[in-house]
Write a new protein. Structure first.
Length: 311
């Protein structure tokens, strides 16, 4: 497995570094620490490098960027003595995606926000672009995990992965995400809570105007019973996989919009990471990211892992 850690000197990228340390990755995992020095291209392809004063400015930026990646690499040295460091110039999102593709990265870890993102925004523009277009799984880290706040001294910046909320709907995207999560691996004390959201039957009726559910109560009752039974089968299958790997598990089946249900469950269970597939049962192949995954990533208060097929 190849991990790409993206840093930019913000508190969010510091949290991303701590999260990577907390994942207890296999010793054979390869790690790359990367930063991108933003280089804006003006009208006509003009960049700062066109000006005579630029070399000194560029050298200073390059030096700071090298210091930044080396600092993160040093922080990871206790779990991986050899960490590759990379400094790129250009559009941050484009460079991250290019590095992800060219190095066959399995997981991108980055802060949910960067230095230049407005404070009220929960999700930064670079993080949003990467999560939409990356072919790898993406872990968007928010400043401090719930478990770190709950169990560690206020002065500590160490992340702790104690609880993960895994959303599944039985789709192949969910199955791939489950396998990716099993392969990390997480610390054995981690509790995995599996959630499946069932579509509201009122919503289903509204989307199926040719079927009068109001006059077919028997059909509605059978549909509900069959759907709930399937949901419990899905969660039981996933629970079994994690229990066999030594994790404590729990499951919950709820009814309503998947995005809203996942976010509500996150408030109730306070996970350190929410894990969702890049798309679900209603995903269209041409879509780069499903609406549920995007909604959860945008509005969750904790870190979010968007799972894609392992490389």
């Amino acid at each position: 497995m190849k991990i790409l850690l993206v840093v930019d000197g913000s508190s969010y990228s510091d949290a991303a570094t701590n999260m990577l340390k907390a994942l207890h990755l296999h010793s054979d995992a390869e790690m790359i620490v990367m930063t991108v020095v933003p280089e804006h291209t003006f009208l006509g392809g003009i960049t700062l490098g066109k000006f005579h004063a630029a070399p000194a400015v560029r050298d200073a930026q390059q030096y700071k960027a090298i210091e930044m990646v080396q600092k993160s690499a040093k922080a990871l040295s206790d779990i991986r003595p050899e960490v590759e460091t990379v400094v790129r110039w250009g559009n941050p999102a484009e460079e991250i995606l290019r590095e992800t593709d060219s190095n066959s990265i399995s997981l991108v870890i980055m802060g949910a926000k960067g230095l230049t993102d407005p404070l009220p925004f929960r999700l930064g523009s670079v993080a949003q672009t990467v999560m939409k277009h990356a072919k790898a799984s993406v872990l968007l880290v928010r400043e401090k995990s719930v478990s770190a706040r709950r169990t560690l001294p206020a002065s500590s910046k160490t992340a702790a992965v104690i609880r993960v909320l895994l959303a599944t709907d039985g789709s192949r995207y969910s199955d791939m995400t489950t396998q990716f999560l099993l392969g990390l691996p997480l610390p054995k004390q981690t509790e995995i809570i599996i959630i499946t959201a069932l579509q509201s039957h009122i919503e289903a009726w509204m989307k199926t105007p040719t079927l009068d559910f109001r006059t077919n109560q028997e059909i509605l009752a059978k549909l509900q019973a069959a759907e709930e039974a399937q949901a419990h089968n899905i969660t039981a299958k996933v629970e079994k996989q994690f229990r066999e790997n030594g994790y404590k598990t729990a499951s919950v089946v709820v009814r309503g919009g998947p995005g809203e249900c996942i976010l509500a469950a996150a408030k109730e269970y306070s996970p350190d990471i929410i894990t969702v597939g890049s798309r679900g049962l209603t995903g269209i192949e041409s879509f780069l990211l499903g609406s549920v995954a995007e909604r959860v990533a945008r509005y969750a208060n904790c870190s979010v892992l968007i799972g894609r097929a392992p490389k």
